[in-house]
Design a protein around this ligand. Structure first.
Ligand SMILES: Cc1ncc(COP(=O)(O)O)c(C=O)c1O
Length: 479
């Protein structure tokens, strides 16, 4: 029988209550008061205790801490991050500088669809880097056109020619840039179609939405946390609750040039847009001559088990914005414009120095070919159902999870109100599984799409252990 001393798990240190607001900085005081010795010795004590998890941040080697302390002097601190440095990855796994393996269910926030260290991506990047990385849009390159052709060729066509023949693609470098471009395009549409003397520049978005951090996209992201420090924002934006048909119908008027919506909300906490809601806003946009933009930056390109998230509801938008997984991590974004809107955008209306460069579009083309393969999409559907049902089974055995939501490999586990999602995130990481949070108390699972059943089993076992630990902690009265 081992007689190891029971110590408070790292993720609980600094807590007196599960409901007490807590930041990672409290968990990782190295970022404020730096001392190798102190933290390394705490870590050793815990590592010696066999009941403790294997991947404690505090057990990270002093050389990592030294590097982090140095980095902190130069990098703008916009994100609370654990005291780890990742050096490489393979498939759904990441490895830190100490060689510890982590199962990555975050995939760089829904980006690394093919996982890490993919051999084809590696080979294409190396080959293209040796030939031509950047050219600017002043000249043609070999890859952007073919990639655009393939993207357009997979779209399900709607009535009035939406997403049909004549649909055009604008390439950029990120999600927010794609939305920024979409916002400009719908503003131009408003000017182009408004009756003489009438104003048609209003844009409607929805509660809980996340469309990006640049000023236009931020103006459509109605979160005081993100917006307030940067007010005043772009005029002409309004928002109404997601999935509320009556509120949406009232907000979309003759003065509306466009509506932007996520078919499945990601950052907001994994909420699916109801089919009748999306149909109703489609109809209302048609009534008033406004464009409908689907932001599929997180939900598109296979994440939900269908290539395009709009296929689930059969509502076809006028414009689609995509980004995250498009080139498996090489920065890229794209806007797809139905013919009626593509026709009114003229040379000089918009532009980008880097967007559509040969490196990103060549990689994107290859990644897209794999993601759009029906067998690949069936795998996402199968694994998504397995992950969701495993999480639902788990939820039925704990009071800490109140709901499991989502579709495909875009799953949210809603934690009970008083439970801090960061604690769940930290305890999982300490057991070698990376998850992220979203919205209000939601654990977001957006793993590489190449995940396997065994990975799901491992993750769910870790979730079970973590929830057990959290329940004991609550029951002990310390919470
Ligand atoms: C739905 C959605 N739109 C836009 C963005 C912004 O993308 P980026 O961070 O690449 O600018 C995100 C990022 O999380 C997103 O999830």
């Amino acid at each position: 029988m081992h007689t190891c001393k029971r110590v408070v798990p790292a993720a609980f240190r600094g807590f007196t209550s599960l409901s007490r607001p807590r930041t990672v900085r409290q968990l990782t005081p190295l970022s404020t008061t730096y001392s190798h010795k102190r933290y390394y010795s705490v870590a050793q004590e815990e590592v010696d205790d066999l009941s403790q998890p294997s991947h404690l941040d505090a057990a990270t080697h002093p050389s990592t801490h030294a590097r982090l302390a140095s980095d902190a002097q130069y990098l703008l601190a916009l994100y609370p991050r654990p005291n780890l440095i990742f050096s490489h990855g393979k498939g759904p796994h990441l490895y830190d500088l100490a060689g510890r393996e982590y199962l990555d269910l975050a995939a760089g926030i829904a980006v690394n669809a093919l996982g890490h260290g993919d051999e084809e991506v590696q080979q294409i990047v190396a080959d293209q880097a040796g030939k031509l990385i950047h050219l600017s849009n002043l000249y043609h390159n070999e890859y952007a056109g073919n990639f655009a052709k393939d993207l357009v060729g997979t779209l399900k066509v709607g009535d009035k020619g939406r997403m049909g023949k004549g649909t055009k693609v604008f390439f950029c470098n990120s999600g927010t840039e794609a939305n920024e471009a979409a916002i400009k395009f719908i503003r131009k549409w408003g000017k182009h179609t408004a009756a003489s003397g009438a104003s048609k520049h209003n844009i409607v978005s929805f509660g809980n939405a996340f469309h990006g951090r640049t000023l236009g996209a931020l103006s459509a992201t109605p979160s005081p946390k993100y917006q307030a420090p940067f007010a005043p924002l772009v005029p002409g934006f309004s928002n109404v609750p997601y999935n509320n048909i009556e509120a949406a119908k009232a907000a979309i008027t003759e003065e509306t040039c466009g509506v932007i919506v996520e078919p499945v909300q990601g950052e907001g906490g994994i909420f699916e847009g109801a089919g009748d809601f999306l149909k109703a806003i489609r109809e209302r946009c048609d009534e008033v001559g406004a464009l409908l933009v689907f932001d599929e930056i997180q939900s598109g390109l296979g994440r939900t088990g269908k290539l395009w998230a709009y296929e689930h509801v059969g509502v076809v938008p006028d414009i689609i914005s995509v980004a995250k997984p498009l080139a498996n991590g090489i920065p890229i974004g794209a806007v797809l414009l139905s013919p009626h809107i593509a026709e009114i955008i003229k040379p000089g209306d918009h532009g980008t120095t880097f967007g559509g460069n040969p490196l990103a579009t060549r990689v994107g083309h290859a990644v897209f070919k794999r993601i759009s393969n029906p067998q690949f999409l069936s795998h996402v559907q199968e694994l998504g159902s397995y992950l969701k049902s495993s999480c639902e089974e788990l939820a039925s055995s704990t009071p800490l999870i109140t709901e499991v939501r989502g579709v495909g490999l875009m799953i949210g586990m809603q934690l009970r109100d008083s439970v801090q999602p960061q604690m769940f995130v930290d305890l999982c990481r300490e057991r070698g599984v990376l998850v992220i949070s979203a919205g209000n108390n939601t654990i977001r699972l957006v793993p590489p799409l190449v995940l396997q059943k065994g990975d799901v089993d491992k993750a769910v076992k870790v979730f079970e252990d973590v929830l057990g630990e959290m329940e004991s902690y609550i029951a002990s009265g310390k919470a």
